[in-house]
Design a protein around this ligand. Sequence first.
Ligand SMILES: [Zn+2]
Length: 253
Amino acid sequence: MRPYILSESNWKSIKEEKTEVAVLTWGATEAHNYHLPYGTDNYQIEAIAAEAGKIAWDKGAKLKILPNIPFGVNTGQADIRLDINLNPSTQLVILDDIIEVLNRQNIYKLILLNGHGGNTFKPILRELGLKYPKMLLISSNFFDVVNKYEFFEEKGDHADEMETSLMLHLKSELVSDLKEAGDGKERKSKITGIREGWAWSERQWSMVTADTGIGDPQKATKDKGERFFIAVTQKLANLIVEVSEVEIDNRYE
Ligand SMILES: [Zn+2]
């Protein structure tokens, strides 16, 4: 039993403990090129949260990791079979219910650990922060915690060298031979602003990539995945410790 994981905790320990910060992971269920499983984002974010939580717990943080939410925003992949979409407005309603429980039970800190690029929690947390003014709501994308290009060579953001390396480290039994993988080539927009990154439009996945991947996975290794995992979980552990310790009313220097 890992005492920082809610699913593994029992009422006897929960009754006696004070939880300072709840950690909620949010993934997605979607195609990841030909070689990674649909649950990739969930496996990754759950493993990252569990390791960061362990380090933080050992440093005295009073945290509980809530069960992962396995479906994310996949609005751009409507035609990719069995990509399960939750709309952003559904995410708002789910988060509202979870935060209402925390708020009512005097657990005023929530860290939302995001494992999927299509999930965008900032506008949702702005709105719920207004509704629950006592709550300290924080979100972090695991893929933004460190500069991934210090660990990986190939550009990409989906089933790429980074995700493939991470999965080789965490769940190698679920990674197919890389000979199976497509090259993850991304077709660029004809619109200059979008291509240059200063204008945005949701990518229509099946127009952008032939194999559902974005980024060539061929240079992925277990070793790279492990180094990245350690770097990310150490920083996230520090985040959890600092959030656990901070006084909400006195959180600015
Ligand atoms: Zn992914």
